[in-house]
Design a binder for this molecule. Structure first.
Ligand SMILES: NC(=O)c1ccc[n+]([C@@H]2O[C@H](COP(=O)([O-])OP(=O)(O)OC[C@H]3O[C@@H](n4cnc5c(N)ncnc54)[C@H](OP(=O)(O)O)[C@@H]3O)[C@@H](O)[C@H]2O)c1
Length: 447
């Protein structure tokens, strides 16, 4: 494995980024332009109905980048909204793109998946590819074409009876999670990622260098472009935000288990290293990288909980009336069953009392409002717990042998290894959470 100079590699390269409005895409493009303004071209492909809205979207989504790159004077010259596959050396795809969608074969392909495509496996999870059609729980094969047809048929039926958009969304969400569970994956997100990986590897058949990156739970940036940058409430932050807002006082999670988080800029550094290393290879190869922390620098749910409490007790959020939101205990339930019992006791009794009160003439309106609010909280709490269940009780540890090998090769053979650090062991979780992540979450998401 030889890496050489990343800056030299990027000089005169054209890179296509598919899904360019996303968070990781922004970090990637910002970094490339910062370290190598002489990159030949960056083609940014994004979804929009026409050119005008594509341009508007680019400007809106990339507001921050325009500001930060203004001084480099590069972005207008380097970023185009059209894809010109034939001029591209490297293609980075921010979602699973079946290989069949790309007709040309000159470039290396780097595709983002998720470490949780492993479903609910435990133990040491290897960086192995899927075989086409292999389900998680049954010996039966998944017929991906049939899955696609089933979904299309359901959609067609719903449209033919003029169902409302909200009803269609809700029905399709339930239907697709049922299909996912039937084949052994806990939700549609990882099920579709797994099927995407299967198709990608199957159709690629070694024709282009293919790298599948499987990050774990991506958190705010560790260092670059500045510490704590994040967009939207992601992964485990739903718990931190609910707690900070004073809405979440109990949640199901096992404090002893590892919460596998990884700062976003480290994912991008790993991607860039892999990109250079693979482009330098003389033979075409396909490889999967886990990018996560659970094996080499584990961070426990108990640590996350303790730091979250400490941070928001000392730095409370301010509510709309300008008052500090007081937060206290955060109770962990180490199984979904015990959490369900807690929620039933905590809310059901109160709901019954309010229901009775609604039927009295006096107080009718105020009790009705309270009843609705309580019912909404109960539903929201349960929905969130169910969404998080596969992750908060996840017992696997992600083996990152390929990433580790890349890291070692980078240290030895890459002249800019320090600038593309993705050594997870270098992270001090407490310092990162307290000085970068939580402040970043407040500043960039809860502002
Ligand atoms: N964030 C995490 O914690 C995490 C963890 C593990 C893996 N990953 C994976 O890493 C990748 C990037 O993550 P991110 O956090 O940057 O995600 P993100 O902010 O949601 O961005 C995803 C990008 O991909 C585009 N996209 C998604 N599906 C598409 C489709 N079918 N056709 C065209 N464009 C599509 C989105 O376009 P629109 O804006 O038009 O929707 C968006 O630009 C994703 O594949 C994600 O699943 C993320």
């Amino acid at each position: 494995m030889e890496l050489g100079s990343i800056v030299e590699f990027l000089n005169s390269k054209s890179i296509l980024v598919i899904g360019a409005t996303g968070f990781l895409a922004k970090i990637f493009v910002e970094k490339i332009l910062r370290v190598q303004p002489e990159v030949k071209k960056l083609y940014l492909l994004l979804r929009a109905v026409d050119t005008k809205s594509a341009e508007e979207r680019l400007h809106n989504e990339w507001d921050y980048l325009y500001l930060s790159l203004y001084m480099h004077g590069t972005i207008h010259a380097k970023c185009l909204c059209t894809a010109l596959y034939s001029c591209v050396h490297v293609c980075v795809c921010m979602y699973i793109l079946p290989r069949t969608h790309i007709e040309v074969t000159f470039f290396s392909l780097f595709v983002f998946s998720s470490a949780y495509v492993c479903g609910e496996d435990g133990g040491l999870i290897k960086e192995n590819p899927f075989r086409l059609g292999t389900a998680k729980i049954s010996t039966k094969l998944i017929d991906i074409g049939k899955e696609k047809k089933l979904v299309e048929e359901k959609l067609r039926n719903l449209h033919s009876v003029h169902a409302e958009e909200s009803a269609i969304t809700s029905y399709m969400k339930n239907y697709s999670s049922k299909r996912a569970r039937m084949h052994g994956w806990p939700n549609t997100y990882v099920f579709t990622k797994a099927m995407g990986e299967m198709l990608l590897v199957h159709h690629n058949r070694g024709t282009v260098p293919l790298v599948i990156l499987r990050p774990t739970m991506v958190t705010s940036t560790y260092h670059e472009p500045f510490p704590g940058w994040i967009e939207g409430v992601r992964t485990i932050d739903g718990v931190a935000v609910g707690y900070a807002k004073g809405k979440l006082k109990a949640f199901p999670f096992n404090p002893k288990l590892t919460v596998d988080v990884i700062p976003a800029d480290m994912v991008i550094n790993a991607l860039t290293m892999a990109m250079v290393e693979h482009a330098n290879r003389s033979t075409i190869s396909e490889i999967i990288y886990h990018v996560g922390s659970s094996l080499r620098n584990p961070f426990k749910f108990s640590n996350f909980k303790e730091l979250c409490i400490r941070y928001f007790v000392h730095n409370p959020l301010i509510d709309k009336d300008g008052k500090s939101i007081k937060v206290g205990k955060l109770t962990a339930f180490s199984s979904m069953a015990s959490f369900r019992i807690y929620m039933a006791i905590r809310y059901s009794l109160a709901l019954k009392v309010f229901h009775l009160a609604i039927n009295t003439v006096l107080f009718q309106k105020s009790y009705k409002d309270k009843y609705i609010a309580l019912e909404r909280n109960l539903k929201r709490g349960m929905r969130m717990a169910e969404l998080y269940e596969p992750y908060v009780f996840f017992k696997g540890i992600f083996d990152d042998a390929n990433s580790e090998k890349l890291q070692r090769a980078a240290t030895k053979t890459c002249s800019e290894a320090y600038a593309f650090n993705f050594d997870l062991t270098s992270i001090n979780w407490e310092a990162y959470m307290m000085d970068a992540h939580f402040p970043g979450l407040v500043k960039h998401v809860l502002k």
